[in-house]
Design a protein around this ligand. Sequence first.
Ligand code: CMP
Length: 142
Amino acid sequence: MLTLAIIKPDAVAARASGKILAHLEQAGFTVRAARLVRLTTRRAEEFYAVHRERPFFRSLVTFMTSGPALALALEREDAVAVLRDVIGATDPAEAKPGTIRKLYAQSKERNAIHASDSPENALQEVRFFFPDAELAQLRSGQ
Ligand code: CMP
């Protein structure tokens, strides 16, 4: 099963991408696709469309477009639930010790990493960053 993670602009700027990738691999995830992206305002708005009415929406879009981010398609058994566990709570102050956000996040917004929250969203979010052709190749192992 695949899920999507994004190492966010705060973590990329802090040069924590390597440590976060190592953490994910240690947790049993295989990297199936990776892409360093600079999101445009329109793409960030589209990705976070479910949060459009939230008070933090504009600020979130500004942050997510502020620098490069690393999008990852990750594979593992029970990938969605396990990844959410491994990254920890949205607010690093509430994240359990040893989770990625506890280790690398600065605040609720600048929280180092995104993970899909359901299998349906995971499929959609993986497609958002990795076109079908690329994923088909990845599935057939070519
Ligand atoms: P993410 O997992 O990418 O999904 C939505 C993002 O919105 C979340 O991580 C945070 O970066 C951000 N977010 C969620 N709640 C808040 C909040 N109360 N204040 C600021 N940012 C938030």
